[in-house]
Design a binder for this molecule. Structure first.
Ligand code: ADP
Ligand code: ADP
Length: 223
């Protein structure tokens, strides 16, 4: 029931220099369905690199990435893209919602792109927005929403195509503590509702403590 399994994942960058900087050194990490894992690490520790590898946006130098039991080592790009689209949802520190579309449309569009009928996509968008308390704001564009509302919409968008794995990179990083708390509560609610596996990078230790499990990334090694 492991949705994500990283085994011995290493990644380095050489920045054009002769010596490589090892960002990840033999990282082993599994996240099961229904489990919310906090990834805690200081800035520059390699959180984004780890999340990009877990989400098939990047490949490790060595080691294995399995998504829902499928070993992604050496699979063709087309398959990687398909698995990413079907199985993985991303949330970033900044919402990246499409500014010219409403909150609801931002959640409908990825579903249409995935072949869902418009009526079903709209119903799902409404359900998701209601579940995080943004239903009444569904017809507003992102600029008319508060920061907390924008992030809650971004979570709904990440969930639009019912992923198995949610990856979030400092999703409350630009919010004040009280708003972070509410956004995080909405996220927990969504994850619990769907039985999704979630890996959430944060340096908010209070939020991390409320997740099921914490892992810390230090000097490229997971503890
Ligand atoms: P975090 O998300 O924890 O802040 P990152 O994963 O973004 O850390 O970066 C970790 C280290 O890897 C940094 O030193 C960064 O400069 C380096 N790095 C990240 N991505 C690249 C890249 N595409 N090319 C070169 N170096 C990179
Ligand atoms: P949240 O905790 O969800 O971020 P806030 O307490 O910041 O909410 O905002 C309360 C209400 O004020 C929200 O319904 C939101 O739509 C509205 N609001 C906040 N910021 C803005 C803004 N920049 N433009 C328009 N409405 C805003």
């Amino acid at each position: 029931d492991k949705v994500l399994r990283l085994s011995g994942v290493s990644k380095g960058y050489n920045h054009g220099l002769p010596t490589e900087v090892q960002v990840l050194r033999g990282v082993d990490l599994s996240v099961a369905a229904g489990e919310i894992v906090a990834l805690v690490a200081p800035s520059g520790a390699g959180k984004s690199t780890l999340l990009h590898i877990a989400g098939l946006l990047d490949t490790p130098d060595t080691g294995r990435v399995e998504i829902a039991g499928e070993d992604m080592t050496g699979v063709p790009d087309r398959r990687r893209t398909a698995v990413r689209r079907e199985a993985v949802g991303f949330v970033y520190q900044f919402h990246h919602l499409l500014p010219e579309f409403t909150a609801a449309e931002n959640i409908v569009l990825p579903q249409l792109a995935n072949g869902a009928p418009r009526r079903e996509a709209e119903a799902r968008a409404a359900t998701l927005l209601d579940s995080v308390g943004v239903g009444p704001r569904a017809t507003h564009r992102p600029a008319a929403l508060s920061g907390g509302e924008q992030q809650r919409v971004a979570f709904c968008r990440a969930m639009a195509n019912a992923p198995k794995l949610l990856l979030a990179d400092e999703p409350t990083g630009n919010l004040d503590p009280e708003t972070s708390d509410r956004v995080f509560a909405a996220l927990m609610h969504l994850v619990r509702d769907t039985g999704l596996a979630a890996l959430i990078a944060t340096h908010n230790l209070e939020l991390a403590a409320r997740m099921d499990r914490q892992v810390a990334l230090d000097q490229g090694v997971l503890a």
